[in-house]
Write a protein that binds this ligand. Structure first.
Ligand code: MRU
Length: 356
């Protein structure tokens, strides 16, 4: 069974604190929206779909705490909570998608009264969580056929149950292949600087008995050159209309290496990770985090005092390096400009920048 990343219990949002894994399994109980926002910013919960679910639950929790009975003052306060949650992390579009969806529920039902709206918001957050698990399983079903018996699969960061409502996207594909009794082995990059691969992916896969070997990020090319990697699968934080993919820093390097060694490079992501408002990867905002995470990780200084550092949390892989994108609907292949449009269909028209 996969770990439960996030749950709603007795009007609290319960979050598995990923900063403390794998040493301790500790759960944070968030009783208001600010606590949820803090959990997202500090990466107690992380991963594009997971922070979308957290933001939706945070907004529902915030709504429950609003005392106003009339719609206009209720909506004004809800908007302030929405803005706080939206500002937590900029790159993963799932967070913005989930918040827009929640706001839509509020506006469509404005005539029903504030108490009913509160109930509907809680229900919607539950639905987003439930749907996400289902979507991941569908991604897994579509993706597993891309994996052959005996394959060694390289993955980066953590795109597993911990990064989603459950099951995972990239790791969901691996889970599905494993459940079909394919004899596979995973190679996980440690994923500097926050070590999501070393701390989370290894923990998650080991729990399920899936064979996994840990490497440092810089070892990937060596293994590919020696023919020890058959395919790469990663998740995504935002995908532009042309198929450019933003994902954890280091993904681009792996994609270029994969192309050089003629190894398929797959991206597994739900349709909520596509951003129809963005034409190419150039338009994707990239989160820059505190350079201390590089120079003094986990409070342990490894570079001399006063040295400068850079800490972009994501990079953009141009679509020409991507062999296919595995979604809940189907596996999308190049030419992405055409195939992505076919899959997204009517959602293409949605303008996410407009207020609901
Ligand atoms: O900074 P993080 O840990 O939130 O970054 C996570 C990733 O880059 C994942 O690969 C991505 O969100 C996809 S998760 C299904």
């Amino acid at each position: 069974m996969f770990p439960q990343t996030i749950a709603w219990k007795d009007n609290k949002v319960v979050i598995l604190d990923q900063r403390r894994l794998p040493a301790e399994e500790v759960y944070l109980e968030c009783s208001d929206a600010d606590m949820v926002a803090e959990a997202i910013t500090t990466m107690a919960i992380r991963g594009a779909p997971a922070i979308g679910i957290a933001a939706a639950m945070g907004l529902a929790l915030g709504a429950l705490g609003i005392a106003h009975k009339g719609f206009p003052p209720f909506y004004k306060e809800l908007n302030a909570i929405y803005a706080t949650l939206k500002a937590t992390r900029p790159t993963a579009v799932n967070l913005h998608w989930a918040l827009e969806r929640m706001k839509g529920v509020c506006v469509i039902n404005r005539e029903k009264g504030v108490e009913t709206i509160k109930e509907l918001l809680v229900n919607e957050a539950h639905t987003i969580l439930k749907e996400d698990i289902d979507i991941n399983k569908r991604i897994g079903r579509h993706g597993k056929d891309l994996i052959n018996d005996g394959d060694a699969i390289l993955t980066h960061c953590n795109a597993g149950a911990l990064a989603t409502g459950g099951y995972g996207t990239a790791l969901g594909v691996i889970r599905s292949a494993w459940q079909e009794k394919k004899n596979i082995a995973v190679v996980a990059t440690e994923t500097r600087p926050l070590l999501q691969g070393a701390r989370l992916t290894v923990w998650e896969l080991t729990k399920e008995g899936i064979p996994v070997t840990l490497i440092t990020d810089s070892m990937a090319g060596y293994l590919m050159q020696r023919g020890e990697i058959d395919l790469v699968i990663v998740g995504a934080d935002r995908i532009a209309r042309n198929g450019d993919v933003a994902n954890k820093i280091g993904t681009y390097t792996l994609a270029v290496l994969a192309k050089e060694h003629k190894i398929p490079f797959y991206v597994a992501a739900p349709l909520s990770t596509f951003d129809p408002t963005i034409k190419t990867g150039k338009g994707i905002p990239i989160e820059e985090r505190n350079p201390d995470e590089v120079t003094a990780p986990w409070g342990h200084r490894i570079a001399q005092e006063g040295i400068g550092g850079r800490n972009p949390a994501f990079d953009v892989t141009p679509h020409r390096y991507v062999s296919a994108i595995i979604t809940e609907q189907r596996v999308i292949r190049p030419p992405f400009e055409k195939t992505i449009e076919q899959v997204l269909g009517s959602t293409w028209q949605i303008d996410r920048s407009s207020p609901c």
